[in-house]
Ligand binder design. Structure first.
Ligand code: C2E
Ligand code: CA
Ligand code: CA
Ligand code: CA
Length: 279
């Protein structure tokens, strides 16, 4: 119960009727946005805490609608899943992420890997591995340049049907990270059988890790356990030096969060991250 609500976001406060009206308005505008590919991808750096090097980036979708303004992903991704719109959105997204990565490389910034968020719906789509392989090939990128973030709950929900798909993705060389790890009640023995390469510790465990002993124990245990299983560990939502120092001491492999910057458009990501350019 302690964790309840920490990560939940009240995106719209109103009567049920108002909420239903907003939902149907978002759905209507979202269809239009999908047709017009009216989205953007922003990128947040992932840094190795020991060397300070850029090891990857997470792509986060952004949608600005002329009528609705900025609609946060937490408010439309689920709706996109329910309506099937997530498939064209996901296809657009993989293509755009590969295009941006190739562009950065041409401009002198080598980003080893881009992580994209994948939903349950997409995990059930048999064509996913080929679609991703094609996007990578179009931009001359190796499969290792792409990583999929799948939430722990999505993975557990469809464990049996997604395992063969995950295996195909791994065979191609695409990385698989379990997102929001620690929130989905999966057990070690379940993770062991999944072809995953990384665990991403949920922000709710990082938030108070400096002062909260329980969180310290949980984070330390997750890191130790993941390493035993040969997995790398990313901590998300890292905001302060104290959090960073704790994670580094515990041997956390990768760190992501406002401490290294919020997600930004590809051009400003390039300016910020390219070696030799003052930030
Ligand atoms: P997530 O995958 O856990 O993404 C991390 C969220 O935390 C992002 O919010 C990011 O901007 C935010 N964040 C990053 N660092 C910090 C920090 O240091 N402190 C705090 N307080 N927040 C931080 P965003 O972009 O609003 O995304 C929210 C969620 O929406 C994501 O959670 C993900 O589940 C979903 N999402 C975002 N982009 C996509 C996408 O392209 N495809 C899919 N399927 N889902 C997406
Ligand atoms: Ca994520
Ligand atoms: Ca996450
Ligand atoms: Ca999270």
């Amino acid at each position: 119960a302690k964790r309840q609500g920490r990560d939940s976001l009240v995106v719209f406060d109103g009567t049920m009727q108002e909420r239903a009206a907003r939902r149907s308005c978002i759905e209507h505008r979202l269809r239009r946005a999908v047709d017009e590919r009216a989205f953007d991808l922003h990128y947040q750096p992932q840094i190795c805490p020991d060397t300070g090097r850029l090891v990857g980036t997470e792509a986060l979708i952004r949608w600005f609608d002329p009528e609705l303004g900025h609609v946060p992903p937490d408010e439309f991704i689920e709706l996109a899943e329910d309506t099937g719109m997530i498939l064209p959105i996901g296809e657009w997204l993989a293509e755009r992420a590969c295009r941006d990565m190739a562009q950065w490389r041409r401009e002198g910034l080598h980003v080893p890997c881009v992580a994209i968020n994948i939903t349950t719906q997409e995990l059930l789509d048999e064509r996913l591995p080929e679609a991703l392989a094609a996007a990578l090939a179009r931009h001359d990128l190796p499969a290792t340049a792409l990583e999929l973030e799948i939430t722990e709950s999505a993975l557990m929900e469809r464990r049996d049907s997604s395992v063969s798909l995950l295996n195909r993705l791994r065979k191609l060389g695409i990385g698989i990270a379990i997102d929001d790890f620690g929130t989905g009640y999966s057990s070690l023995s379940q993770i062991k059988h999944l072809p995953v390469t990384k665990l991403k510790i949920d922000r709710s465990f990082i938030q108070d890790v400096v002062s909260n002993r329980d969180d310290q124990a949980i984070v330390a245990a997750i890191i130790a356990m993941a390493h035993q299983l040969g997995l790398r560990v990313v901590a998300e939502g890292v905001e302060t030096d104290e959090q960073l120092r704790f994670l580094s001491r515990q041997g956390c492999d990768v760190v992501q969060g406002y401490i290294y910057g919020q997600a930004t458009a590809p051009a400003s990501f390039l300016r910020r991250m390219r070696p030799g350019t003052p930030s």
